[in-house]
Design a protein around this ligand. Structure first.
Ligand code: PFF
Length: 471
């Protein structure tokens, strides 16, 4: 097993950075970030987010990647090898990709469906009211498209770290960047006159970038902060074992300081450019109303916007859904790889056999999630107030419950039990030193755990309960 482990890994820093950026850049950057900006005060949210990337993002990403490279193990084993008492944290971390895997392929399938709709020139159909709802509640189509998405993911993971994941990321990530920049530039050139008022892409850009302090109160600002925080660690794929697994594939001569800065830069740049692509386009054709539509933004508001663009809309639709398909695939690959890598160790089996079992697991669970929109439909009010179906429940447990809890526990372990110098010593290997050591130490010990605890209490609804009790 150990010999196999040594053989698989990224060939160098570029392969690692692009694969990790591939995991980080996903549906979260392209769909979730822009709508949060529109909802949470434009440039104000961006400013808060940038500060968090350089502080919290840096701490969480550094911790995961350094644990991975230093132990050479996956989450399941890594925490146990650091301290036997903390082995439970590895198992808890492993649970996140187990849960995310159940629904990410379902969303991936929706993306494949929309790409096919645009490729076959039926963009206007996708813009009709009720199209999305009809599609996801139909019995066969969502399963069919999910299967395609899952099969591509499994094929890449099956081929291994170097020949599958690295090769695919190196091919796809530069294309993704060029496509998103291209659509963003096009978005800025748009203009539309409605009832004598002309709205341009540049007006939309101003709405996106200029901080809006209207009606800002302390509780509102706290909410913005918490939104930015949960977006940040979903976006960076931290606290779910993925970056630990990818970190374990990095050679010792790679400068982790540089790689981590590059991954953060890539992830943030794509999120920011996604906003330039989406917000001005929606503003030009529908004003400020369509921007904050949340989950339906990608599958409902955007198709309507593309339809308003005339003939160009179908081409932009193709480019958009191909691009987001690339983003979703590289993210799904990282989730499946983490499951496969952990299970290879747990069950002491080879990659190919493990990959087949994980594919079967993913298939069965994704099927259940698909049925959650028809046969198994029910509505459930989550502790954070969101009314959701099966998919939302999985998303809630993994992102709102487990991830802040894991971040909190990991910070306690690193900050107070094994001490930040344990991480720092790994950051110094292959580099000219860990120049942000003091910042890291301060944040991991005092700031990040406190904020993670608040985030955990907020997303589990306990914060509201506490404030209610204090009134
Ligand atoms: N980081 C990805 C995004 O921003 O969309 C999402 C993601 C990837 C979530 C991998 C979870 C995951 F395991």
């Amino acid at each position: 097993m150990n010999n196999n482990k040594k053989k698989s890994g990224f060939t160098g820093s570029l392969g690692f950075v692009l694969a990790a950026a591939g995991s980080a850049v996903g549906v979260g950057n392209i769909w979730r970030f822009p709508y949060l900006v529109a909802r949470d005060g434009g440039g104000l949210f961006i400013l808060v987010y940038l500060v968090l990337v350089l502080t919290f993002g840096f701490v969480l990403l550094t911790t995961d990647i350094a644990i991975g490279r230093k132990t050479g193990k996956n989450a399941w084993q890594a925490f146990a090898s650091i301290s036997p008492k903390w082995g439970f944290l590895g198992k808890l971390t492993f649970l996140v990709p187990v849960l995310i895997m159940t629904y990410y392929s379902v969303i991936g399938g929706w993306i494949v469906k929309y790409m096919v709709v645009y490729l076959t020139g039926q963009g206007n159909l996708a813009a009709q009211d009720g199209f999305f709802g009809q599609f996801i509640t139909s019995p066969v189509a969502p399963i069919f498209f999910m299967l395609i998405f899952l099969a591509i993911t499994a094929l890449i993971v099956f081929r291994g770290v170097e020949k599958g994941i690295e090769k695919f990321s190196k091919f796809v990530m530069p294309i993704l960047l060029v496509m998103i920049i291209g659509i963003a530039v096009y978005s800025l050139t748009l203009s539309y006159t409605d009832q004598g008022i002309t709205r341009t892409g540049l007006d939309g850009l101003a709405i996106y970038l200029i901080p809006n302090f209207d009606g800002l109160t302390v509780p509102k600002f706290l909410n913005i902060l918490l939104d930015a925080m949960s977006q940040l660690f979903f976006s960076l794929s931290v606290s779910m074992g993925i970056m630990i697994t990818y970190g374990s594939y990095v050679k010792k001569d790679v400068d982790l300081n540089k790689s981590i800065a590059q991954i953060e830069f890539f992830d943030t740049a794509v999120a920011l450019i996604a906003g330039v692509m989406i917000i001005p386009a929606i503003y030009v054709f529908s004003g400020t109303a369509g921007m904050t539509s949340g989950p339906s933004l990608m599958f409902v508001s955007l198709p309507k916007t593309f339809a308003s663009m005339g003939p160009a809309g179908n081409i932009i639709g193709i480019l958009f859904f191909v691009m987001i398909l690339f983003a979703a695939l590289t993210s799904n690959v990282s989730i499946m790889e983490t499951l496969v890598a952990n299970c290879m160790h747990i069950f002491k089996k080879e990659r190919k056999q493990t990959c087949s079992w994980i594919s079967i697991y993913s298939l069965v669970t994704a099927l259940v999630i698909c049925l959650g929109y028809n046969m198994l439909y029910f509505e459930y009010t989550l502790p954070n107030g969101v009314v959701g179906q099966l998919l939302d429940i999985m998303d809630y447990i993994s992102n709102s419950f487990l991830m802040p809890l894991i971040s909190l526990l990991t910070c306690i372990l690193v900050g107070w039990v094994i001490k930040p110098s344990w991480i720092a010593s790994e950051m110094e290997i292959g580099s000219n030193g860990f120049n942000k050591k003091h910042l890291y130490t301060f944040l991991v010990r005092y700031i990040v755990p406190v904020i993670m605890a608040i985030l955990f209490f907020q997303s589990t609804g306990m914060l509201n309960y506490l404030t209610y009790l204090m009134k």
